[in-house]
Design a protein around this ligand. Structure first.
Ligand code: ADP
Length: 202
């Protein structure tokens, strides 16, 4: 009996330690070209929060199926992303927190994230929705030069917006109902949006 109680205490403490080691868990979503990556990088640089871009992770994958889907503007199947996200939670130092840029991108991914975090005794701290008009976003994509194949043609950019509207946009309502969603205007300067976020996070 005594040992069992002690074992419970041990498990509890073990989980507490793990929890304390993880800072705020933040996700950021918005249409292609909304500035998710730029804003996340700034947050990470200023605060030490780890920035993870699922787009970047996938771009470095050697899996032909992933490359083919990405270069046609389609989302890649959940299993590839979930695997990467799990690896990050397992291996990276998240003591200062994590900002996940580009995931979840569908309601199904959001449920998978909740379930994964739930199993670790964790939960999402904030979701950030970066809102922007499509015309402005397209102008930005066409101007930037990151050597991305999926930025090269108007057809592929259109396909990304189609995917976004059908699969990602429903997340806005989904998160707004139940979570702390910070809605930002993507037309504002990075500096202004950064300040707004910091006020909420501190
Ligand atoms: P953007 O949002 O500007 O299109 P990203 O770098 O976030 O750029 O994503 C690029 C591509 O990576 C997407 O079009 C998609 O093919 C793939 N991708 C990134 N994150 C996910 C995700 N969570 N689920 C499915 N596909 C993803």
């Amino acid at each position: 009996m005594y040992n069992l109680l002690n074992f419970d205490k041990y498990l509890f403490e073990k989980n507490q330690i793990k929890k304390n080691k993880i800072g705020k868990i933040i996700i950021i979503f918005g249409p292609p070209g909304s500035g998710k990556g730029t804003l996340s990088k700034k947050i990470s640089k200023e605060t030490g929060i780890l920035h993870v871009s699922t787009g970047n992770l996938l771009r470095s994958s050697k899996e032909p199926k992933i490359q083919q889907l990405m270069s046609s503007g389609k989302l890649v199947p959940d299993k590839y992303i979930i695997k990467e996200i799990k690896k990050i939670f397992k291996n990276k130092d998240l003591s200062k927190g994590i900002i996940i840029d580009g995931f979840p991108r569908t309601i199904s991914q959001s449920k998978k994230l909740d379930s994964m975090l739930g199993k670790m005794g964790l939960g999402l701290s904030y979701s950030i929705y970066l809102k922007i008009e499509k015309d402005e976003a397209i102008k930005r994509i066409l101007k930037r030069d990151e050597g991305r194949k999926d930025d090269e043609s108007k057809e592929i950019i259109e396909e990304r917006f189609k995917e976004y509207n059908i699969k990602t946009l429903p997340l806005v309502e989904y998160y707004n109902k139940s979570r702390k969603t910070i809605i930002l205007n993507g037309m504002e300067s990075i500096e202004k949006n950064y300040k707004k976020i910091i006020k909420k996070l501190l």
